[in-house]
Design a binder for this molecule. Sequence first.
Ligand code: TYM
Length: 354
Amino acid sequence: MNHTTITEDELLSAHDGRAPRVLSGMQPSADSLHLGNYLGALVNWVKAQEDYDSFYFIPDMHAITVPHDPADLAERTRRTVAQYIAGGIDIEKSTLFVQSHVPEHAQLAWIMMCLTGFGEASRMTQFKDKSAKLGSDSVGVGLFTYPMLMAADILLYNPDAVPVGDDQKQHVELARDLAQRFNHRFGETFIVPKGLIRKDGARIYDLQDPTSKMSKSASSPNGLINILDEPKVIAKRIKSAVTDAGTEVSYDRQEKPGVSNLLEILSTVSDTSVETLVKEFEGKMYGHLKVAVADAVVERLEPIRKRTFELLEDPAELDRLLARGAEKARAVAAPVLADVYKKVGFLAPAGQAL
Ligand code: TYM
């Protein structure tokens, strides 16, 4: 075991008696989730909800840390919920909610900001990358304090583990540091959570630039597979994926990043090890691999796309589900925040317990 991440077996045995708890979220910052979100996170969430007490939410407050269109945000929030459900999140098994519906996130975030060093926050790589891209004049302070809001998201629920892709590892580590710091200064309060980062699918790369992670902010849409894309768009993008010199289908992240990415996608989607796939494709051309990946991805995503659009036909029902989820989430978050307020020394309002 390393210190900051946990495997599923370790998690299952983490607590005698009570089901271990997991929590995670995906930003509603695009019209569709992409294949990286799906394979790096959602697939694992769906598995996790079978064994763990699971909390999944939509971090809409994080989505306004970069310029956004207000008209799009509410719609994208609903679309994200619909994709969670269509992708397999079951609201009977998991607590599903929107971050801004639970005001305790913003309240605890302030306390996390007061615990974080300026230098410590300046070292977060996501902030450094995004601010370099956008230029310092267009970067808001919210982008800087984003990881402290994320720490609050996590710590409010005292999860044992946070299932994410490996790009979020540094943020989970900050949440761990802040939990430890708070516990040290104010007394045992938070469980120190671990990242639950599976080996398969932890990082899916851009199809046109297979050394960069697949991301909604990629320079060209051609490298991106969106869950809600039409099957023929998905197939076309996979078939036009950049491959590498040579002809042999083999796995080598350094020398063959394009082919390795396709192998990893196929391995995760088909639940077959990369070694088995390499044997299967022995003597075959890259084109065969691309067809197999396109078919497998389309087959997996098509029912999710259809179900998402069905769910979106009844936005009022989605809103009702979210209201129920927020109520369940607040029942956990409010006592944790009250305990924190008390421990930092905030005076209770007259006649009220904190
Ligand atoms: P976000 O919205 O960027 O991504 C959501 C999830 O998708 C994973 N992911 C990937 N996995 C594999 N390959 C890729 N190319 C890829 N791209 C994205 C991410 O690792 C993540 O698990 N800060 C978070 C949202 C957040 C959060 C939280 C997560 C806010 N509060 C509390 C966990 C707990 C984010 O921006 O993820």
